[in-house]
Design a protein around this ligand. Sequence first.
Ligand SMILES: *Cc1c(COP(=O)(O)O)cnc(C)c1O
Length: 355
Amino acid sequence: MKKHNFNSGPSVLPQEVLQQASQAILDFNGIGLSILEIGHRSSWFVEVIEEAKSLVKELMNIGQEYEVLFLQGGATTQFMQVPMNLLDTNDTGSYCDDGVWGNKAAKEALLFGKVHIAASSRDKNYTCINKSFDVPSSSKYLHITTNNTVEGTQWHKFPNVSMPLIGDMSSDIFSREIAFDKFDLIYAGAQKNMGAAGVNLVVVKKDILGYVTRKIPTILDYRNHIEANSLLNTPPVFAIYVALLTLRWIKKEGGLKEMGKRSLQKANLLYSTIDSLPIFNCPIAKEDRSNMNAVFFIEDENLQNNFLELCKENGMIGVKGYRTVGGIRVSMYNALELSSVEAFCDLAKEFANKN
Ligand SMILES: *Cc1c(COP(=O)(O)O)cnc(C)c1O
């Protein structure tokens, strides 16, 4: 049976990326060695990382003032690495608290400096993005989560602020055309829209670094990675290669414009179907709904379990909501085909008719 992969992460990747990646495990570019066997300072791998960096810049349409890094530790490591590099003990970092990930990021910042919650939708159960925020002008930066993977909300228009803007883009990176140059630091774990788990993309404007007085461990100081071209120590070679293959695929398919078009098409179909079926309830504010992760519910718990069971029987993977949220979550990352969303919607309609 064809599987429809709605996993929230790690998640669906383009079939041709998987084929190319598996070929590279056996024989990388016909050199007679596996990608797993080559040195990270070999010209073979330096070419990989340089191409990946330049594709990131090209797709984001950003200039020389930005550095592209491939780091480890997942997005969670960035929760602490950002404030460690940008906040002195008496400095304040501002955070938008619109979901569990942004909330965790703010908590980590407390280990390094002061935290100001600029806005929160917690009292609305995170069913929207609170856009009426206040940021003290002395704040060193404003941190937002561009797509709230767990709750199913997404920023569709970015705020204008007078301080560095930092974006956790883990779950919507490269899914649409945006003004990336509004941001001073962007980070994203690769396993949602960019490739395999194990690598983190960090894009940072050089000139925001170097102002804190604390001592930063070598491996956690962005400046050391910049100087070493992401080869400070052994990087996650294979994960970076898979990211390169995905970046090539995105470009070949028509870039971020095309990714945005496709994801809007998928999301529109999904939400209009759910909204048309009274058995389903999507509590997320319409203007903030995520085009990547749709979160909705069936009120009757038994019925909901039946539906989740039915999804499983029909090869639909990963539609159970996040453990603290419950309900149903349909993730529609770049590599998910429209036909999978169509299949889900058909099943949802059939289920609604019967119940
Ligand atoms: C998944 C996710 C994270 C955590 O990523 P890890 O790589 O598991 O640390 C952080 N932020 C967002 C928005 C996410 O979707």
